[in-house]
Design a protein around this ligand. Structure first.
Ligand SMILES: Cc1cc2nc3c(=O)[nH]c(=O)nc-3n(C[C@H](O)[C@H](O)[C@H](O)COP(=O)(O)OP(=O)(O)OC[C@H]3O[C@@H](n4cnc5c(N)ncnc54)[C@H](O)[C@@H]3O)c2cc1C
Length: 402
């Protein structure tokens, strides 16, 4: 009898944790690291921990900064972005060279594998299990998977975009402003290498409510497009056709089927990201940046913020901090995105006439300029009073888009 009681108790202990994190992308890994490093028993459930997330692999410099506490490996800094081409279909691209690096190009699968390893190293238990249902019983959160159920007083939902699990957490409201994005990778054609060395290319005007990108990461070319959901992309299959057209404008033939996914951003200033003892983080919270759809930095930041609030015993702190930082910034970023994607030709023209203004984008990527301060800076740019923030080539260069 006593043996059975002990067995039951140890089985119960095995399934009972201080916190459950669902999803081991950047958001879940950051939350798990923070909690486990503080000595909490953390269980991470991930249905596909080794999957390669479709991604441009562009980590802003502030994104790298957000990872600093995890002591990122040197390879994350192997492929810097110091130059930016801003293109527009049928027009020559403006090139801007920043004095300092704005972003880093990384292999996404490698980044995620490193983050997952960090979470394990910090002491989090990672189970390759898909949570199919979340519920609340006797004051504990319960995550149910194929092999059973796990319980904890705290729950962090980090299951990415499109996960329906959030529906089980009443009252929480993730961001719903979505980019539909397609990406493909191939060997970098030698002819493009000089254009894309230390550089990124963004094309405005080729996709409704969004942009196309080309990044050269070592010998790999990462090509993609992102367009706001609900904008006219030319009917069914329209986004794929736009991806093909963009690929051809770069002088390349479409190759293989691109991979796609949604990028969710905040649709308004106030979202409900935490309630009681449950929090949404990263893409599950819809926290990507509405201008570029950048989401790795935001996933790491929100995962860490939520974990810190759990350590303080009050997830309301996460809600407050997110409102004062990510949600405030994204509110202004969304207004800016509306402007850029409504008048892409004007912004391309601005980049050509005043390439120094592109430095504002670099300032943003480096976390030196809050989106709220972008307005004054842009107004000065349009009025011709933009400070010469940096030396720039001052001429239009032929680019892969010419
Ligand atoms: C095409 C494309 C290009 C992008 N390019 C960039 C870029 O260049 N730079 C940038 O910063 N951002 C980019 N993003 C956005 C970025 O990828 C996301 O914002 C980021 O991955 C969010 O991290 P996350 O941890 O919240 O979610 P994810 O990285 O999606 O991780 C979620 C995890 O949860 C797991 N999961 C899901 N459901 C369950 C379940 N039921 N049970 C258990 N586990 C589950 C998944 O297997 C996954 O591992 C891009 C997105 C797309 C689609």
């Amino acid at each position: 009898m006593l043996g059975r009681f002990r067995r039951d108790k140890s089985e119960h202990m095995k399934r009972c944790w201080d916190a459950i994190v669902v999803g081991l992308g950047p958001a879940g890994a950051a939350a798990a690291c923070e909690l486990a490093e503080a000595g909490r028993r953390v269980l991470v459930l991930d249905g596909a921990p080794a999957r390669a997330k479709p991604c441009g692999g562009c980590l802003s410099d502030r994104g790298l900064e957000a990872l600093a506490w995890l002591e990122p490996p040197a390879w994350l800094r192997e492929h810097p972005v110091r130059r930016l081409w801003i293109g527009f279909p049928g027009k020559s691209a403006a090139q801007y060279v920043s004095p300092r690096v704005g972003a880093w190009l990384v292999e996404r699968a490698r980044l995620d594998a490193w983050l997952a390893g960090r979470a394990r190293q910090a002491g989090a238990e990672v189970l390759p299990a898909r949570a199919s249902r979340l519920s609340r019983e006797n004051g504990l959160w319960q995550a149910r998977g194929k092999d059973g159920a796990w319980r904890a007083p705290w729950l962090v939902l980090a299951s990415g975009a499109g996960a329906r699990l959030a529906d089980a957490l009443p009252g929480l409201e993730p961001g719903q402003w979505r980019f539909a994005a397609l990406v493909s990778e191939r060997p970098l054609p030698p002819g493009m290498e000089p254009y894309l060395r230390d550089a990124g290319l963004l094309e405005l005007g080729g996709v409704a409510g969004g942009y196309g990108w080309a990044f050269g990461r070592g010998g790999v070319l990462n090509l993609g497009i992102a367009g706001l959901l609900g904008r006219d992309q030319g009917g069914p299959g329209g986004l794929h056709r736009r991806m093909e057209a963009f690929t051809r404008r770069l002088g390349l033939e479409p190759m293989g089927a691109p991979r796609g996914a949604m990028i969710p951003c905040p649709h308004r200033r106030r979202l409900v990201l935490a309630q009681g003892r449950a929090a949404l983080v990263g893409d599950a919270a819809g926290l990507a940046d509405p201008v570029l759809g950048e989401g790795i930095a935001q996933a790491v930041a929100s995962g860490r913020m939520a974990a810190r609030a759990i350590l303080a015993g009050d997830l309301g702190l996460y809600q407050k901090r997110a409102e004062a930082t990510l949600l405030r910034d994204h509110h202004h970023a969304r207004l800016l995105a509306r402007l850029i994607y409504r008048f892409p030709a004007a912004f391309h023209g601005l980049a050509r006439r005043r390439p120094g203004g592109v430095e504002l984008g670099f300032n943003w990527l480096r976390g030196e300029l809050a989106p709220v301060d972008m307005w004054g800076a842009l107004a000065r740019g349009f009025l011709g009073r933009a400070p010469r923030l940096a030396r720039f080539p001052g001429a239009y260069y032929s680019s892969p888009l010419d």
